[in-house]
Design a protein around this ligand. Sequence first.
Ligand SMILES: O=C(O)CCC(=O)C(=O)O
Ligand SMILES: [Fe+2]
Length: 341
Amino acid sequence: MADLISSWSNKLEAVPPSHCIPLHERAVDPVPIVKDIPVIDLEKAKGEERLVVVQQLLKACEEYGFFQVINHGVREDLMEEAMEVYKEFFSLPVEEKAHYAKEAANNTARGAATLYSSSAKHYDSEEHRYWRDVLEHSCNLDGQDKITWPDNPPRYREVIGSYSDEVRKLSKVILGLVSEGLGLEAGYFDKELGQRMLVNHYPACPNPSLTLGVGGHCDPNLITIIQQEVYGLQILKDDKWIGVEPIPRAFVVNSGLPLTVISNGKLASVAHRVVTNTTQSRTSIGTFICPEDVVEPAKSLVGPNNPPLFKSFKWGAEFMPHYLSKKSVYHAALEPFKIDA
Ligand SMILES: O=C(O)CCC(=O)C(=O)O
Ligand SMILES: [Fe+2]
C-alpha cells in the first residue's frame, strides 16, 4: 500500500528523516509574498479592452510565467464545492484511499485515477520525499476515464465532472488570448487537448524548514490552472523566490515548457515550488492542459529572420521521459530539443 503522508502526518511531532530534504534544497531565506504577479480580469477581454488584456497576459507569461485570473467564468459555488470534495477525499480513512494508491503516474494525457505520496519518483533522487499526497487523473472529453475517478465522496464524479468542464472552457479562453497575443494562426489551440486533474494535498508539517511540499520544477504541459486558498506556492523570479498571494475566487495560471517551444522562446516557463506550514494543511486543485502529441515552434513564428530555436518532438514519447528524469533541473527537459543558433 502506498505510504500516504495524509494518513500519518498528524500523529507526528518531528519530521521523519525520509522527508527531510537536502540542505541545498531547503527554503531557508525569507520569501516575500508579492502583489506584483499580474492579476487579469477576464471579463474585460469580452469588451473594448480585449487588446489590453491580451497584452497584459502575454507580458505576464514573458516576465513571470505566472498570472492570476479573476472574473473567469467558473462558478464560485462550484469552486468551493470542488475544494470541499478534495478536502473530504484526503481525509478519508487510509483503507478507502488505498483503492487509488499506485505508483506515481506519468503525467501524460491519459490515465486512470492514481493516488501517490510525495512524489520522489518524479525527481532524479530517490533519497528524499516531499510533503504531499497527490491525486491525479485525466478528464478527457470522451468521458471514458470517469469510471476510474474516486466515487467517495459520493458526489466526486458529479462535482469534478462539472468543474473540469468549466475549467476546460476557461483554458480555451486563456489559450485563445495567448494565441492572439503571439499572432498564431486562428484556431491554433482549438483542438482536443488533454486535460488532467492533479490535486496536491500538503498536510501541516511540524518543521517546515526541513521539508518542501514540492521541490522546484517547471510544468510539462501547456498551461496549468490552479485553485488555492492557503499560501504556499513560490516562483523563481530573477533568481529569487517570491510568494504567490492567494486571492479568493481567483485561479493561478502558469505557462509550461511546451508553451516556451510553441512560442519559439518568447513565453517563459518558470520554476516554482511549494512550502509547508505548521498550522494548516493546503490543498491545491491543479488542472493540467496537455499539448497535442507533436510540439514544435508555431509555423507563423518562424521564418528566415526567426529561425526555430527548437526541433519538433513527440510530447508523450520523447519529451516526458526526459522531463520525468530531470525534473529538478528546471529547463533541462528542453535541452535535447534545442537547435543551436
Ligand atoms: O500546489 C501548488 O500550488 C502547485 C503544485 C504544482 O506546482 C504542480 O503540481 O505542478
Ligand atoms: Fe507545477
